[in-house]
Design a protein around this ligand. Structure first.
Ligand code: SF4
Ligand code: SF4
Length: 70
């Protein structure tokens, strides 16, 4: 079983500003203005762009399990 890194949005920190959504070239981030945004792990390439755009420290990387290991 191998670990992979996932990029996730912390629901307790996200204010729904939309900066991350605009920065994502893959269209992997969804969310309405002033509401929690979420990342579609199937589209996300883990480029890290959104991480640097968020001013609320709401985006972080987390360890996840590879699908092929299941
Ligand atoms: S940039 Fe940060 S605070 Fe703004 S919508 Fe994205 S995760 Fe939420
Ligand atoms: S890490 Fe890159 S591809 Fe993934 S959601 Fe953020 S900007 Fe989009």
């Amino acid at each position: 079983m191998k670990n992979i890194t996932e990029v996730i949005i912390d629901s307790t920190r996200c204010v729904g500003c939309g900066r991350c959504k605009k920065s994502c070239l893959e269209g992997a981030i969804k969310g309405d203005k002033k509401k929690l945004h979420v990342i579609d792990a199937n589209r996300c390439t883990r480029c890290g762009l959104c991480y640097y755009r968020c001013r609320h420290n709401a985006i972080r990387r987390s360890q996840g399990l590879s699908q092929e290991a299941l």
